[in-house]
Design a protein around this ligand. Structure first.
Ligand SMILES: [Mg+2]
Length: 392
């Protein structure tokens, strides 16, 4: 470790020299969106924070990489030369000094990736995993739930069964034709088929994906559907309403026989306050690659805990997002699941060692320094044009 000792004290000094981003594209998985993601679309960007100690931290941002590149230019005067070992202070500085430039949007998304990378650096310099830096580890492994797009019933059963055969014991089905086909019978048939594929012992969750464009339903559909989901032992009903319909979410949570989940589109910890204080969710799903990073996510998660709401992360789209979610999943007493996508190249195809399910279908939570994963530059080269800039 080449970090210098500071003159004032014994803490090492590590300065940010540059921050680079790289789009992930070429094999972008479908999202089930009405304006569907094409393989060449970039909706995720990786971030690398370089330091004068030769240590690089990595993060991930859930948005178009062109927006990330622009945001980095705007933020550069604020982060250049900053102390890379003070993630929360540096991220807060970036938030506080950009309030007039559309906070909550591209800048907040980009700060998320920077913040994750700064925690990674702090871990690498101190030799501690991010979860230890967050205060400690409640568990050494966690159950991943396999996130799958809704399909027509016959295919749905086969798809779920195929991932069950790979070892998963929890599943979430979402988006696609559910709700959008305006056919209650089809909705029920899809869930029934997924339950058949999953078997009676597996966990099953349902995500309506009502944050998609022009979601066609309201509270009455959500209530009726929640009743149907109860019959198939569905563990939660996610994004059942348009993402700003807070009054209806509160009503739905009071009346629904199945737990109500949401919050993946919210950014900034402050945006979660009304949703938690008013009782809109049983389960809150902030996305660490959007909300402002680990510094923001941990405050949302603790706020949720104190309101009796379960926190389950939504950083599942890249290996770095999953790595951050895993560290967070052990840092909180009640978090018993992480979202996971089976077979995404951006999760399985960019690290030296891909995530692997154990015999019971669970994931070990790394306890090595930082995020505990290593990006493989050669593998990454398949999904981005200039991977070298991330490893300078
Ligand atoms: Mg969702």
């Amino acid at each position: 470790m080449s970090a210098r000792k500071s003159k004032a004290g014994s803490a090492p000094k590590v300065r940010i020299t540059s921050i680079r981003s790289a789009p992930l594209f070429g094999e972008s998985p479908k999202g089930g969106w009405s304006a569907e993601i094409e393989p060449e679309d970039s909706i995720h960007a990786l971030i690398a924070v370089h330091t004068d100690a030769g240590i690089t931290g990595f993060g991930s941002v859930f948005t178009d990489a062109r927006l990330v590149a622009a945001a980095l230019k705007v933020l550069e005067p604020l982060y250049a030369g900053e102390d890379a070992l003070q993630p929360e202070r540096v991220s807060e500085k970036l938030h506080q000094n950009t309030f007039w430039m559309g906070r909550g949007g591209s800048l907040t998304h980009t700060i998320s990736g920077i913040d994750i990378a700064l925690w990674d650096i702090l871990g690498k310099v101190t030799g501690l995993s991010v979860s230890r830096l967050l205060g400690g580890r409640h568990r050494e492994r966690v159950q991943p739930y396999c996130s799958l797009l809704m399909e027509e019933p016959k295919k749905m059963k086969d798809v779920v069964a195929s991932y069950k055969a790979k070892g998963f014991t929890a599943f979430k089905i979402g988006w696609g034709p559910f709700g959008r086909a305006l056919d209650h019978k089809l909705d029920e048939a899809i869930v029934k088929a997924a339950r058949e594929g999953a078997g009676p012992k597996s966990k099953l969750f349902v995500d309506a994906g009502a944050s998609d464009a022009y979601w066609p339903h309201g509270l009455k559909w959500a209530m009726r559907t929640a009743e149907m989901l109860k019959d198939f032992e569905v563990g939660w009903f996610e994004e059942a309403l348009r993402p700003d319909a807070i009054d209806d979410f509160c009503e739905l949570r009071r009346k629904s026989p199945v737990p109500i989940a949401g919050g993946e589109v919210l950014t900034r910890r402050q945006a979660f306050i009304p949703w938690l204080t008013r009782g809109a969710f049983d389960i809150v799903q902030p996305d660490v690659t959007k909300v402002g990073g680990i510094s923001e996510q941990r405050r949302i998660a603790w706020m949720a805990y104190d309101f009796g709401v379960k926190y389950i992360g939504h950083g599942w789209n890249t290996a770095l997002g999953v790595a951050a979610d895993l560290q967070m999943a052990t840092a909180f007493p009640e978090t018993d699941l992480v979202e996971f996508i089976g077979g995404s190249p951006y999760v399985d195809g960019i690290t030296v060692e891909p995530f692997k399910l154990d015999k019971e279908g669970w994931l070990q939570i790394p306890d090595s320094p930082g995020l505990g994963i290593e990006i493989d530059p050669r593998k990454l080269a398949r999904y981005t044009e200039n991977p070298k800039s991330l490893f300078a």
